[in-house]
Design a binder for this molecule. Structure first.
Ligand SMILES: [Zn+2]
Length: 379
């Protein structure tokens, strides 16, 4: 019996997007779904009650960061990550690989694993498939990720081929080291960069290992959006239809819609909370930078079409003032709105799939949001 089960409810006749549900040991969530990111066992400035109120069914936490602080042993002692942070819905943890490759210095990749230095203290550390499983088993997340290498863009074909083959060997080691398969589901990660042949090889290697779900990694790492969409169109049909598909690190509104159209079920990104901290907001008519002088005396809400806690109670002028003064409450208000906006967007995407009109929804959304304009300001 696997810990994670995917239920396909309906495929959109207009686009092929999938409406589904993922069942986990900590409840089910509807897909396509956006997962707010709680790097250090907290979605910055949001309480678990806030996240429930806005309808989040799953959040993501980062293995690398929790391994360094407070340490996975302490979280295990607390009874696992759910108890430690008082979140009783689903949690996905990444493998730590991405942070090792993006944050740390002096890293050295070997067949056994990766040697690197702690990005804060400089201490020498080693992360391997077995260690990534040990940490995630201690955290007790519902969905764990296999330890992979995510090479930066662009990478040569030869490098990418070696990397994909190593990632496949590491995936098998992760499966063998996973100690709690009955209550934690382990997802494999398809790599291969912009090379179709390598995506195919990676998908073939990983699907032969029969993971309960698959992620598509190595996208949204600096490549143009058309390459990302082309790789998704190529890769998703190679994955089993009865398992969830997760596109890692993607969270701009246009990419969430375009990813859903290409058969993706799960997304995560720090984007909504990161841009919220400097006062950039996602609204139904596009991007809004609340620090701009034009909002000094604007006593209307961030988004007239939004019924979130922030928009029901606070004005652009007030939020502008708070953000300009670096007040935590301002960050809390903008973070709340952006997360609510993306969670509502995914709800609308699911509704549109249900009604076989996701293609029309995309057109309307892109038009209103301004994505169709030349030189449209993106996130
Ligand atoms: Zn709002």
């Amino acid at each position: 019996m696997t810990a994670i089960r995917y239920e396909l409810i309906k495929t959109c006749k207009q686009t092929g997007a999938r409406l589904g549900r993922v069942h986990t040991p900590h409840g089910s969530f509807d897909t396509p779904a956006f997962m707010p990111v709680g790097t250090l066992a907290t979605v910055k400035t949001m309480s678990p009650e806030d996240l429930k109120e806005m309808g989040a069914g799953i959040i993501l936490s980062n293995t690398y960061h929790l391994w360094l602080r407070p340490g996975h042993e302490i979280i295990k002692e607390a009874g696992g990550l759910h108890k430690f942070m008082n979140w009783d819905r689903a949690i996905l943890t990444d493998s730590g690989g991405f942070q090792v490759f993006s944050l740390s210095e002096f890293r050295k990749i070997e067949e056994e694993g990766v040697h690197f230095r702690n990005h804060m203290s400089g201490e020498k550390l080693f992360l391997s498939p077995e260690k990534a499983m040990e940490i995630q088993n201690a955290l007790g997340s519902d969905i764990m990720m296999a330890f992979d290498e995510c090479p930066p863009y662009p990478a040569t074909f030869d490098y990418m081929k070696k990397s994909v083959e190593r990632t496949s060997r590491w995936a098998e080691r992760c499966l063998n080291a996973h100690a709690r398969p009955e209550d934690q589901g382990l997802f494999g990660i398809v790599q291969g960069g912009e090379y179709e042949e390598l995506r195919k090889q990676s998908a073939r290697d990983l699907t032969s290992l029969d993971f309960p779900g698959y992620a598509i990694g190595g996208l949204s790492v600096g490549e143009p959006k058309d390459i990302m969409n082309r790789m998704l169109e190529y890769t998703t049909p190679l994955l089993p239809p009865n398992k969830p598909r997760y596109l890692m690190g993607v969270g701009s509104p246009d990419s969430l819609i375009d990813g859903s159209i290409r058969g993706i079920d799960m997304f995560d990104c720090v984007l909504p909370t990161r841009i919220a901290r400097n006062g950039t907001l996602m609204t139904s008519t596009g991007r809004l930078v609340v620090k701009n002088a034009q909002f000094t005396r604007d006593f209307g809400p961030i988004d007239e079409n939004c019924d979130c806690y922030t928009c029901r109670n606070y004005s652009r002028a007030y939020i502008r003032h708070l953000i300009k003064c670096d007040e935590t409450f301002g960050i809390r208000l903008t973070s709340y709105h952006n997360l609510y906006f993306l969670l509502r967007l995914m709800e609308k995407v699911r509704q549109a799939i249900m009604e076989d009109r996701l293609g029309d929804f995309r057109e309307e959304f892109f038009e209103r949001y301004g994505f169709n304009k030349p030189n449209a300001k993106n996130f």
